[in-house]
Design a protein around this ligand. Structure first.
Ligand SMILES: Nc1ncnc2c1ncn2[C@@H]1O[C@H](COP(=O)(O)OP(=O)(O)OP(=O)(O)O)[C@@H](O)[C@H]1O
Ligand code: SF4
Ligand SMILES: [Mg+2]
Length: 382
């Protein structure tokens, strides 16, 4: 895991972090992907009585990913994780912001230049069955990127397909001629990984890559990812619901809520000492087999439902569910700011500050009318 140090390019100050919102760089890894103020919105029309509007799926998200690093992205369903990954690969391009990959902004690149840049940027999706063409044999699926980029002769491409299948633990002679339906879920995901590796990318965006697999196969595929990372110097953006799994594979973790980044930092620090109330709630919601530890802290139980991204709360988007929310949270958007070694948090009253604002006598939401209407009475775990 990378140890984070200050980044001279960003100044390493609170202001620089808040504006650029980038974590401090690990000393041994150059910046591979630099996402700046990314915004992705979808215009929805009124449909069947449902109100239309602009759905704010990703709102002003910035982060850096370093060479050789695995950055985990966690957050509950609908928080914008997949949209963020898709916006990075420009499918579709973001509405605002920059996606600087290998020093070049992908946003607005002409088609041919984008295709060239995308060689080094591949994606692996959750469902291996639907991400592979069911009518093609495995060898053709893996060869397809090589054909699309006119890499080598036909003979060379076939040899490369054999090497790739071998690399991901499939037997080219046995599996190459099969169709996806003739393979298990784990084998299909290996095919998807082989296809993603065909062009020797630098970065793979993994969107819930093992969620549909059983636990044993999950472990095999994760081991494969780790092996490839060290053998091929790969970097990963690793999206998953499963916090335990993200902890195992990531160097750093970014926590998303309703299209915004809540906090980002080294995995060990985030899991042992979360700074954002939402991160604490997410971690507390993980079932613990030990009944002594399974007892949950009531202060960290999340209230209510995820608000609509069509009309997100003012100020802090988490304020309608946050046990620490104060009046300031209604009116002021918390920017990501540096707090601790290599850590950034977007919260006016982070957990490191000790007791909640209400207990310190500061104006808080429960004592005023502001924002109370959006807090549903029922408490629900995520
Ligand atoms: N093409 C689209 N058109 C309209 N809305 C979309 C589109 N894609 C995503 N959304 C909306 O954007 C929000 C974020 O969706 P996204 O799929 O990125 O969330 P997620 O964090 O990946 O969720 P999950 O964990 O369930 O995969 C959701 O409200 C979703 O309905
Ligand atoms: S800014 Fe306020 S509402 Fe948002 S997480 Fe922090 S304390 Fe809670
Ligand atoms: Mg998703």
């Amino acid at each position: 895991m990378g140890v984070l140090a200050s980044d001279p390019g960003r100044g390493g100050t609170v202001t620089a972090a808040a504006n650029g919102a980038a974590a401090e760089a690990p000393p041994d890894g150059d910046v591979l992907l630099d996402v700046r103020h990314l915004v992705q919105e979808f215009v929805l029309r009124d449909y069947g009585g449902a109100k239309g509007g602009v759905l704010q799926a990703v709102s002003d998200v910035s982060f850096e990913l370093h060479v050789g690093e695995t950055l985990g992205i966690v957050g509950e369903t609908g928080s914008g994780k997949s949209t963020l990954a898709r916006s990075v690969i420009q499918a579709p391009p973001p509405k605002h912001g920059q996606v600087i990959f290998q020093g070049r902004d992908l946003v607005g690149l002409p088609r041919t230049a984008l295709k060239a840049a995308r060689r080094n940027l591949q994606m692996v999706f959750q469902d291996p069955f639907t991400s592979l063409d069911p009518t093609w044999p495995v060898s053709r699926i893996v060869e397809e990127p090589l054909t699309a980029y006119a890499v080598g002769t036909r003979q060379e491409r076939r040899q490369r397909v054999r090497e790739l299948l071998d690399l991901v633990g499939l037997d080219p002679a046995r599996h190459g001629a099969r169709h996806p339906r003739e393979l298990s879920g784990g084998q299909c995901q290996r095919v998807a990984v082989a296809r993603a590796l065909a062009l020797e990318p630098k970065l793979i965006l993994c969107d819930e890559p093992v969620s549909s697999l059983d636990v044993l196969v999950q472990a095999q595929v994760l081991n494969l990812f780790e092996k490839l990372r060290s053998e091929l110097s790969l970097s990963y953006l690793f999206i998953a619901h499963d916090l335990t799994l993200v902890r195992q594979v990531s160097d750093r973790v970014a926590v998303m809520y309703l299209g915004k980044l809540c906090e980002i930092g080294p995995v060990r620090a985030i899991y042992s000492e979360p700074l954002h109330p939402y991160t604490l709630a997410l971690l507390t919601s993980v079932p613990d087999p030990d009944p002594a530890r399974a007892k949950r802290d009531p202060a960290s139980v999340i209230k209510g439902e995820l608000p609509s991204p069509l009309d997100p709360p003012s100020g802090c988007r988490f304020r309608t569910r946050c046990p620490r929310a104060a009046d300031r949270c209604v009116v002021e958007v918390p920017e990501l700011r540096a707090l601790g070694a290599g850590r950034l948090v977007a919260c006016h009253y982070p957990l490191a500050d000790g007791s909640p604002p209400a207990e310190r006598g500061e104006p808080h939401i429960a004592a005023s009318s502001a924002g109370t209407s959006q807090v549903p009475a029922a408490e629900a775990d995520i």
